[in-house]
Design a protein around this ligand. Structure first.
Ligand code: G3P
Ligand code: CA
Length: 321
């Protein structure tokens, strides 16, 4: 079975190289489009499999906090996923739920402010909340971070970022607000070489919002969360990734996405058996609350796609009579 995964990966290598997935050049102006692909220019075409550490490392620390990012780094994560929304005063803030009560003490601090929508609070108000105690008293006082603070912390750790625009229809202009935050930090437009995981990917379940963000940040790869119907995958050729729930994919779907020149990293997988199963399907990675378990699964899978094949896979040959 393992061999099947490697064969799928090899096919992906060839497809990625020939399709010219939109990897940009280091230092490229993020507002300019790029047709160049380092993946085509370099003899090593593909990237290693990635265990994306979900909401920081939410299996070990309060989700979407700086502490969770620190733990992800300690556990050896290379790429971290977080969710971004907008406060009432337009600050990009890191939070999964569209209301504050599950992961903060907002009901205690602001008892008369139900329904506690993120969009009803200023950043100064959100700053007064404790986003750690609900998880464990060891994290008491952990603040809800801004996107800027998360970017700073991830730069310190040299982590790659999978950034989800969470329910962007609630926050008109969030795509521009996020882009402005990124424009201030040129490092996020440094593109990792093609044999490393992508430096920055922006994704959302709202595909119109993803397109809008892609139009603003044209050299940044973007991802579609959810299942794009097979007969519509080609309509989304501008995207770099399709990241569905792992329950809704099989090897055929994985192959179909990769044939279209995109990567696929299903979410959210926390048990080793399911990690092994999606690796066998040929995924490019997966999203997990437990990056150390994910790393182990990938190491054991042994499909080290950072090694260039001695000869590229031959293109399909037309059958003769
Ligand atoms: O990155 C994918 C995953 O985070 C999507 O689900 O609900 O955890 O944001 P959710
Ligand atoms: Ca998310």
């Amino acid at each position: 079975m393992r061999r099947i995964g490697i064969v799928v990966g090899a096919a992906s290598l060839f497809i990625t190289a020939s399709a010219g997935v939109s990897a940009g050049a280091p230092g490229l102006d993020p507002r300019e489009s790029t047709a160049e692909s380092l993946a085509v220019q370099h003899p090593v075409f593909d990237r290693p499999l990635v265990a994306v550490s979900h909401r920081g490392a939410s299996g070990h620390a309060p989700e979407n906090t700086l502490a969770a990012i620190d733990v992800a780094r300690e556990l050896g994560a290379v790429t971290v996923e977080v969710d971004v929304q907008l406060t009432a005063d337009g600050e990009p803030v890191i939070m999964h739920d569209t209301t504050l009560e599950r992961t903060t003490d907002v009901e205690t601090v602001f008892p008369d402010r139900a329904p506690y929508r993120v969009s009803d609070f200023t950043m100064a108000e959100i700053r007064r909340l404790d986003a750690g105690s609900w998880y464990d008293s060891a994290f008491a006082g952990e603040p809800v971070p801004t996107l800027g603070e998360v970017l700073d912390r991830m730069e310190e750790h040299d982590l790659n970022l999978l950034l989800e625009l969470k329910e962007p229809a609630r926050y008109p202009g969030i795509e521009r607000a996020v882009a402005e935050e990124l424009f201030e930090r040129e490092g996020w437009f440094r593109r990792n070489p093609p044999w490393e995981p992508r430096r920055l990917v922006i994704q959302s379940f709202d595909w119109e919002s993803v397109r809008e963000s892609q139009d603003i940040l044209r050299s940044v790869p973007h991802g579609l969360l959810g299942v794009v119907p097979e007969d519509r995958i080609d309509d989304y050729g501008w995207a770099a990734m399709i990241n569905p729930n792992h329950r809704h994919i099989d090897a055929d779907y994985v192959g179909r996405v990769q044939e279209a020149g995109m990567e696929i990293m299903p979410y959210t997988i926390n048990d080793r058996a399911t990690m092994d199963a999606v690796l066998e399907m040929g995924v490019d990675g997966f999203i997990t609350d437990y990056p150390e378990v994910g790393r182990e699964a990938i190491d054991d899978f042994g499909a080290d796609r950072t090694e260039a094949p001695s000869t590229p896979p031959a293109p399909p040959v037309a059958a003769h009579d």
